[in-house]
Design a protein around this ligand. Structure first.
Ligand code: IMP
Ligand code: MG
Length: 178
């Protein structure tokens, strides 16, 4: 694997992003919603850098993996919190095809929320298959076409706990299988 973002670089960006969110949401008590599981590491680091009160909750969205429905999303775990009347800030690890966010935007369209914005750790803009709004906050734009691991990103549920982000190289695929 090849190092893409070092832990130091990540901490700097996450801090800047958290501070900006703190300024923008001062007095708004946003509901920060993590999309599990990828969000966990980024979300924890981001939250401790937001210098204004926020609340948190989680959602799990997954794709049907069988037959012709492949790629279609379903809600596995819903919010505990009532979202109506709240400012929603969705916390994503990465925006790839945009299918997850497209699903979540549709979900909130029916919930009478005050606003919906997105903060993503990585944005792979050139991989979009869905026409979704640009995220309000992005830590890293990734315009290559690699698969990332570390700092929450997994390959077959491994590597989420690595402190840096790496590019998987051709020779790395399959290693998780043994
Ligand atoms: P979407 O295609 O925008 O819906 O993103 C779906 C999900 O795929 C993301 O939230 C990630 O969990 C996962 N994903 C996309 N690209 C990568 C990657 O490079 N490494 C690890 N997970 C990824
Ligand atoms: Mg995700």
């Amino acid at each position: 694997m090849k190092l893409l973002y070092s832990h130091e670089e990540i901490m700097k960006k996450v801090k800047e992003t958290g501070e900006q969110i703190g300024k923008d949401y001062k007095g708004k008590n946003p509901l920060c919603i993590g999309v599990l599981k990828g969000c966990t590491i980024f979300m924890s680091h981001l939250l401790v850098n937001i210098p204004t009160p926020v609340e948190i909750d989680f959602m799990t969205v997954s794709s049907y993996k069988h037959g012709s429905e492949s790629g279609e999303l379903k809600l596995i775990q819903d919010l505990d919190t009532v979202s109506a009347g709240r400012h929603i800030l969705i916390i994503e690890d990465i925006i790839d095809s945009g299918k997850t966010l497209d699903f979540l935007h549709r979900y909130f369209e029916t919930k009478q929320v005050k606003s919906v914005e997105v903060v993503t750790f990585v944005n792979k803009e050139n991989r979009r298959k869905k026409d979704i709004p640009k995220p309000k906050y992005t830590c890293f734009d990734c315009n290559q076409d690699p698969f990332l691991i570390g700092f929450g990103f997994d390959y077959k549920e491994r590597y989420r706990n690595l402190p840096n982000v790496y590019l998987m190289e051709e020779s790395d695929f399959g290693e998780g299988d043994v």
